[in-house]
Design a protein around this ligand. Structure first.
Ligand SMILES: [Ca+2]
Length: 272
């Protein structure tokens, strides 16, 4: 589901339960109560950084003043670390074939890295980048973040899975919805102050989710982000699969670092 066809497909599957791990049904939303539409959040660009255009971004998270990025594509998937100015540091893990890297998050001193279709979750020491163990995940792996006690996984469906960090056993499944129904294609994630931010695959859209109810409370339209960031690129050379994907919150500056798959820039924004 990472190719251009998937993007077209995504335009039609919105609110449909077509993936095998969707357990929710639109009927479960109380149709007697109007669901409030998400309110728009605006952003102000703070700074624009260079991003490696070979990095097919799947996961992005700040950890100890370094930005950790996990990337995808078979034979090209890596896990690496950048300094505070987003200059790549030496620590870098290359995934072997056939593994297709997906979302990452750092929890209790360990980096967790999903894989797309391989059902493997790699766990590394966040300081040394040495692999500690490999866990199993039954569904596709897309996005990953965490709250104080659980890792939170997206699978491209409308569900978020709260899992035990020690073995990835599912503690809770949360259906994510807006005023029209369930929201499919949840991708890269970021947990910030009791809310879950999610990229919607194939759209220039970030949604903000209430983790207690699954309701999308806010949305951030990133349609003009590359233009506003004055990113130098030829749109004709951009693959249709190089979509917005990547949210990392830096607490020290209260700013969000946004990018996309193989984008030339990472854009630091403050939400208004
Ligand atoms: Ca993230």
């Amino acid at each position: 589901m990472k190719k251009y066809t998937a993007f077209i497909f995504s335009l039609f599957v919105f609110a449909c339960n077509n993936t095998n791990d969707n357990s929710n049904n639109n009927d479960e939303i109380n149709s007697n109560t109007a669901i409030a539409a998400p309110t728009n959040l605006n952003y102000t660009i703070q700074k624009v950084y260079t991003h490696d255009t070979s990095a097919y971004t799947q996961g992005l998270e700040w950890y100890n003043n370094t930005l950790i990025e996990g990337t995808g594509l078979r034979g090209k998937s890596v896990l690496y670390q950048m300094d505070g100015q987003l200059k790549p540091l030496s620590k870098k893990i290359k995934l072997e074939l056939p593994y297709f890297g997906e979302g990452i998050t750092v929890f209790d001193g360990k980096i967790y890295q999903l894989t797309w279709e391989e059902h493997a979750v790699f766990v590394y020491d966040a300081t040394t980048f040495k692999k500690i163990k490999t866990l199993n995940w039954p569904y596709e792996g897309w996005g990953l973040t965490h709250n104080d006690t659980a890792l939170i996984v997206s699978t491209g469906s409308n569900n978020l899975y709260f899992v035990n960090p020690s073995d990835f056993s599912i503690q809770k499944t949360l259906g994510v919805y807006n005023e029209y129904g369930y929201q499919n294609m949840l991708n890269e994630l970021e947990y910030v102050d009791g809310k879950i931010f999610a990229n919607i695959y194939g759209q220039n859209l970030i949604v903000v989710i209430d983790p207690l109810t699954g309701r999308i409370t806010n949305k951030i339209d990133c349609t003009n982000l590359l233009i506003q960031a004055k990113a130098k690129y030829n749109p004709l050379t951009i693959d249709a699969g190089f979509v917005l994907n990547g949210i990392a919150y830096r607490k020290s500056t209260d700013t969000y670092f946004l990018t996309g798959k193989c984008w030339p820039v990472v854009v630091e924004v403050k939400l208004n």
